[in-house]
Design a protein around this ligand. Structure first.
Ligand SMILES: *[C@@H]1O[C@H](CO)[C@@H](O)[C@H](O)[C@H]1NC(C)=O
Ligand SMILES: *[C@@H]1O[C@H](CO)[C@@H](O)[C@H](O)[C@H]1NC(C)=O
Ligand SMILES: *[C@@H]1O[C@H](CO)[C@@H](O)[C@H](O)[C@H]1NC(C)=O
Ligand SMILES: *[C@@H]1O[C@H](CO)[C@@H](O)[C@H](O)[C@H]1NC(C)=O
Length: 431
């Protein structure tokens, strides 16, 4: 691991102090109950709630259960404003981690259960935001589903932190265990010290009326600022040997099938590889993956297909519905993917990237439907069909999903995230 030694020592020392403190003060931790907030032993921390945001009126408490690496968000049973809040949570500090939420106990127990994994125990900042107030399912028409105004979407207090104690390896959070983002600065994290150089990584968004000259106003500059991501660097897990050696002797033609996001990936991959010819094959909608396009695509030895940006984008009267996307994807598997496989082309799908909360996405009603919830649903559909047709689905959420809000142009990973992702695709496809 490329974590500086001094930092590692600090982290481990902090862990033992924390453990010692807890063993002195805490009764035996008990299994968390979904229905009894506040009856937890000390190893459970209450997370301060930002009561100034209207949606917080529906939240009773947020509790961190350190010994299970869980966060429970208890909702008032009498809630009326945000019935099914859809959450995004991020831990920041020495490392970044995203919380994976389960909504299966919302209806009966009024609790949303979050799980996280961190590469190292310690004190982390915690931000939880709510994107929308309803769950999307296959039959939801997302056309008029509005997002919560991002200037009021933060449920946690700005200084909310938690003491992570558990490092789990069987994580359902880091989809492929590709690696993690760590803070490259040699810093001490003292969250009570305002001058501490580690700042909480708040979700970036674009307020309304922040284009053109307005972009220079403080109310626009602060929430859109991208320098917040600068302290973080990515560390691949040790099983991935992604140095310059791994592509030695590899050759062939790799095509990223898709629109502009695929173009960006192809550009990065070309810079990385010498003997592999990488190109983009331009298809915008899933509906465009047709039989007549097989011939051209079959000139590629390997293809990585990534769709969805146009289907959910701002180019129509609404997003391609979930049912329609599933139907088209199923058809594309039969008409496009299967013939490619028969022609001995290696076919992979990749997850659709998140887009940050740009102004078209958060305006009400929305003019662009590439919000995190629609992207998640599209990805679930694609993943399920990949399973059914036994086509590998490469999930780079570890790289692009944790800093899902960093794209300077509100869409494309033209930064280091895109290069890391291209590197990982080359590794997956050629090793
Ligand atoms: C819901 O219940 C809580 C606590 O029991 C109470 O404080 C709140 O005012 C109630 N809200 C509504 C909308 O009735
Ligand atoms: C967090 O911020 C709130 C509001 O500014 C303040 O009342 C509270 O004392 C702070 N907590 C810590 C631990 O700094
Ligand atoms: C791609 O699909 C879209 C949506 O179905 C359609 O409007 C467009 O004509 C197609 N383009 C091509 C080149 O087939
Ligand atoms: C695909 O590969 C198999 C096994 O290597 C070979 O038998 C077959 O002829 C190939 N098919 C095509 C269309 O190249």
């Amino acid at each position: 691991m490329a974590i500086p030694r001094r930092k590692r020592v600090l982290i481990i020392a902090a862990f033992f102090i924390l453990m010692a403190w807890h063993s002195m003060n805490a009764p035996e931790p008990t299994k968390a109950s979904y229905s009894t907030p506040f009856h937890h032993p000390l190893f459970h921390q209450s997370i301060p709630i930002n009561r100034e945001t209207p949606i917080a009126a529906d939240v009773e408490s947020i509790v961190h259960i350190a010994d299970e690496a869980k966060i429970l968000v208890y909702l008032h049973s009498n809630r009326t404003t945000c019935i099914e809040p859809q959450l995004i949570g991020r831990l920041s500090g020495y490392f970044l981690s995203k919380i994976k939420w389960s909504y299966q106990h919302v209806t009966n127990h009024n609790v949303i259960v979050g799980r996280y994994t961190v590469p190292s125990p310690g004190n982390y900042f915690l931000e939880i935001i709510a994107t929308m107030c309803q769950a999307l399912d296959m039959d939801t028409d997302a056309t008029n589903v509005c997002l919560i105004d991002p200037s009021q979407h933060r449920l946690t207090m700005d200084n909310a932190t938690l003491d992570a104690a558990l490092i789990t390896t069987n994580n359902n959070n880091n989809a492929e265990g590709i690696g993690f983002w760590y803070n490259k600065n040699e810093v001490t994290m003292d969250t009570t010290d305002a001058t501490s150089s580690i700042k909480p990584l708040f979700t970036r968004y674009q307020p309304q009326n922040c284009r053109g000259d307005n972009a220079a106003l403080d109310r626009c500059k602060i929430p859109t600022d991208v320098t917040r991501f600068d302290p973080y660097e990515f560390q691949f897990n040790s099983q991935f040997f992604l140095n310059d050696e791994y592509l030695k002797g590899k050759e062939g033609r790799l095509c990223f099938i898709g629109a502009s996001h695929s173009r960006v990936l192809a550009r990065f991959a070309n810079q990385i590889s010498n003997n592999i010819h990488v190109l983009q094959v331009d298809h915008r909608y899933v509906a465009n993956l047709t039989q007549s396009e097989v011939g051209y695509a079959s000139k590629c030895g390997k293809v990585v297909i990534g769709m969805g940006q146009w289907d959910a984008g701002h180019h129509g009267m609404g997003p391609t519905s979930f049912r329609e996307l599933k139907k088209e994807m199923n058809r594309a598997m039969l008409e496009f993917v299967k013939p490619l496989l028969d022609a001995n082309v290696s076919v992979y799908f990749r997850n659709m990237h998140y887009n940050p909360l740009g102004d078209l996405i958060t305006q009400c009603p929305p003019a662009d439907w590439r919000n995190p919830n629609v992207v998640d649903t599209y990805n679930i559909i694609t993943k399920e069909l990949c399973n059914e047709f036994q086509v590998p689905f490469i999930d780079t959420t570890d790289i692009t999903g944790i800093m899902w809000d960093r794209q300077e142009d509100w869409a494309h990973f033209k930064d280091i995230s895109g290069e890391l992702e291209a590197r990982y695709f080359l590794y997956r496809v050629f090793s």
